[in-house]
Structures are given as C-alpha cells and as structure tokens.
Ligand binder design. Structure first.
Ligand SMILES: [Zn+2]
Length: 466
C-alpha cells in the first residue's frame, strides 16, 4: 500500500528544498512552488521502493557509490522531477508514472548519481556563498552610486546607480546559474559513462529530455536562457544525442519481466494519484495485460468494495503465486473487509516472498496482528513491528502501532517510549521529549529503554540530524 508520510521522518523538520539547492533534472521554472518552501511530501511503498532501488543499484556501483549509503526517497508529486540532497536521491512519483520504460527512470537516476559522484552539491553551496557575497558587494556599489547621483542632484546619474545595483545582483545570479548549467552537462556525461559500464542504453535519458522540451513548449512562455538553471533542453538534447548514439547499447531494451514490473508500478501510482479509472486509461491499449489487471485490483481496493478486490487479486495470484505485492494487496483488501487474521497471514506470505526485505511489509503484518485484538497476537505484533523497525528505524507510523501493541500487553514504559519515538521521527520533538521523560521514570537507570529515552530528551532541536 502506498503510504503518505511527513518529511520529518526522513529529514530535519526545517529542511526545505529551495529552487537553488535542488539540483534537478527539470527546469526550476517548472517546479511547483510548494516544494520550494515547505518540506517534501514523502511517500512509502514496498513494491516501488524495491523496484527503484533495483534500477539504481548497478548505476550506483558503476559510479563508485555502492558503499556510500545512498538512499532513494519517493516524493508524492505529479510533476516530472528528481533531485539530490545530501546522500539522498529524491524522485517524484510523477517521474515514475510518466516514464514509459525502466530505462527512462534509470537514465534519470544515472544523471542524479552523476551529481553525487561529482560532489556537485558541496561545490554548489560554496559557489552560492560566493555569489551572495558578490551580490551584496554589487548592491552596495550600486547604492553608493545612487547616493552619489542623488547628492549631485543629477537624475541621470541616480538612475544609472539603480541600474548598476540591479545589474550587479543579476550578474552574480547569472554567474551562479551558468555554473549550475556546467554541472548539469557534467552529470549528463557521467550518466553516459555509468550506463555504458552497466551495459544499458542511454536512449531513455534522451526520451526524458525530449519530454522536458515538450513540457517547456506547453508552458507557452519564452524563458530568458540566463534565468534557467539548466541548459536549454534543445542544446542539452543535441549534445547528449551525439554522444548517446555512440553507445554500443543504444538499441538495447529492458527485459519484458522488468517492463512488466515497471508497468505494474505505474498502474499503482496512477490509481493512487489520479483516481479509479487512471490505470485503465493508461493501459487502454493493453487491457488484458497484468499491469492493467493489477491497476484494476488496486482501484477496487481503494474505491470499490474489498470483496471485488479480493476476487481480482486471487486471479492475479493464479498467474504469479510468488509475487509478494499481490499478497500484500490481498492483505490490504482483507484488512478493509475487517478480516485481520487472514490479512496477517497474507502479509506473512508477502514478507516471506519479499526479496527486498522491506520493513513496510512487516509493519503491515504487525498492524493486522494488532487488529486481531488478542494478547497472543499483540505479542506477535510487537515482535514483527520491532523487526520492521530494525530495518526501517525511522518509520514513525510503525512506532504508533508498536505503542498500541505494548499497551495491549500492559508494558506501559515500552508503550510510552514507542510513542516518544513516533513523535521523534515525525519531527514533533517537544511531544517526543515529554513522552520520553514519562517513559524514563519507569525504566531502570542505564537500561536500553532508559538510554533511548535520554537520547530523545538530549536531542537538540536546533541541530541538524544526519
Ligand atoms: Zn541535474
């Protein structure tokens, strides 16, 4: 199941992606403004995360980033965008939905890996600090000229001063943007190298940039080429195309099995973000495909009745009995039908079959066990939730269920500590500290629970977490 979550879970609360710090593959002019000001709306899903990580793994290896702890974060945003912040690659669900092949997404990931491997972010920050200094100096010079002009009572000179002030800031900004454009070209070149090293086609990258060009055409406005932080798509495509066509893998396509998983992911995102019939629209040419049927089952689960969804999932399972996400959807539908014991079994099967060992599936299993309402199932729920949290320790929602499980078991100190952790990973530090202090009084001094509570109490809210 696709789960929305707050950014606090993953990043410090005040983290905001500004137009300048976001190194993105799309023109900043096209970015929705909300993502520039507020936090990033993160979305979690075992199936999508596993697939995108599979796309990224060989690329990160080729980029020498296998052991760099690079995380991939899904952003709940319908626009086509991806960007890098720290050691995280953020990719919009809109990118995954619009990309028709795995190769297109892999091209985007290769470009973003190019930014990380090139250390572009740190240098971008340095460059920004310098640009700001330049801008301040230029403004002061401009003001000085304005004052001088006003003092000599010469209108022309005063105007010249104002012009100079604006010109100075503009020059600094253009200098910075020109620098960013160079980094984009570098990232493109790196991406080509990683794709060749992994024996994959750069054609998807080209398709992606062509899509940008048409997106730009759709805005219908002329954009000052100096104002955009990326090379104008036409230049970028032309340069890239010449190099890309030299790749021996240019005509290589994704395997049918991978394409099918990609289409299933797109069907799921379509239904979750664009409504009941979105997957049917997306796959109207291939109504009998597994992806179309999967989208239909997801739509029944989300918008229809769970019984209909169960029938559709069971039909899918006849074809692919070992698909963990079919079992997951079966669990989701059973939960909605208020059949938690069967749901717990379906999730247990999903967990067993999941090669990516996702903490999310364990969390769903724990939630179902908890809903069964017996002491025995609460103990099992706590165990599975803990396992899930070992894998995915920042999953705020899982702590809330863990707290309920401990509550049912009468373990109040553990319940309060789990509640504190839930607040902590949601970025609600004040509440977290209050609850941690309450839990700590019930733990033996120096015990693991006591130490964890102390960590939360000691956490400096102003300090950036890693
Ligand atoms: Zn870029």
């Amino acid at each position: 199941m696709l789960k929305r979550t707050t950014l606090g879970r993953l990043l410090p609360r005040r983290f905001a992606v500004s137009a300048l710090t976001a190194i993105s593959v799309v023109l900043s002019a096209l970015q929705p403004s909300h993502s520039q000001q507020k936090g990033v709306p993160v979305v979690r899903d075992a199936e999508i995360e596993a697939l995108v990580r599979e796309y990224a793994r060989p690329i990160l290896k080729a980029a020498g980033l296998s052991n760099s702890g690079i995380e991939i974060v899904l952003v709940n945003d319908q626009s086509f965008n991806a960007f890098v912040a720290g050691r995280r690659i953020f990719i919009n669900t809109g990118t995954l939905l619009q990309a028709e092949t795995p190769n297109e997404v892999i091209g985007v990931l290769a470009h973003e890996a190019g930014h990380i491997a090139g250390g572009h972010q740190q240098r971008l920050r340095d460059q920004m600090a310098r640009a700001q200094t330049m801008a301040i100096v230029a403004s002061l010079l401009g003001i000085g000229a304005t004052v001088a002009g006003a003092a000599s009572n010469t209108r022309g000179l005063a105007q010249a001063g104002t012009g100079l002030a604006l010109g100075g800031t503009e020059a600094a900004r253009r200098g910075l943007l020109a620098y960013q454009r160079t980094e984009e070209t570098t990232a493109d070149r790196s991406a080509l190298v990683y794709l060749e090293r992994t024996g994959q086609s750069p054609a998807g990258m080209l398709t992606t940039f062509k899509r940008f060009q048409s997106a730009l055409a759709l805005t219908g406005s002329r954009i000052d080429p100096y104002r955009i932080s990326h090379p104008t798509p036409r230049d970028r495509i032309a340069n890239l195309e010449v190099l890309a066509r030299k790749s021996p893998y240019f005509d290589k396509t994704d395997s049918p099995a991978l394409q099918q998983r990609h289409d299933m992911m797109r069907a799921k995102i379509a239904v979750y973000t664009q409504g009941q019939s979105a997957a049917q629209r997306l796959f109207k040419q291939e109504r009998s495909s597994v992806a179309a049927k999967y989208g239909d089952a997801q739509a029944s689960f989300l918008f229809g009745n769970p019984k209909a969804a169960l029938g559709k999932v069971d039909a899918l399972l006849k074809d692919q009995p070992k698909n963990p996400y079919f079992h997951e959807l079966r669990g989701d539908a059973l939960m909605k039908a208020n059949r938690p014991a069967e749901a717990a079994k379906a999730y247990a099967t999903a967990v067993r079959l999941d090669p990516s060992k996702s903490g999310i599936l364990l969390m769903s299993q724990g939630q179902a066990l908890l809903a069964m309402g017996t002491k025995e199932s609460a103990a099992q729920a706590a165990a599975q939730l803990r396992k899930g949290l070992d894998i995915d320790p920042e999953n705020a929602v899982a702590y809330r269920y863990l707290a309920q499980a401990y509550g049912q078991l009468g373990e109040i100190a553990q319940a309060e500590l789990a509640t504190a952790d839930g607040y902590y990973y949601s970025g609600e530090y004040q509440q977290a500290k209050i609850m941690a202090a309450r839990a700590q009084q019930k733990f033996k001094r120096g015990s693991p629970g006591w130490v964890r509570a102390q960590d939360i109490i000691n956490f400096k809210t102003g300090k950036k977490r890693k």
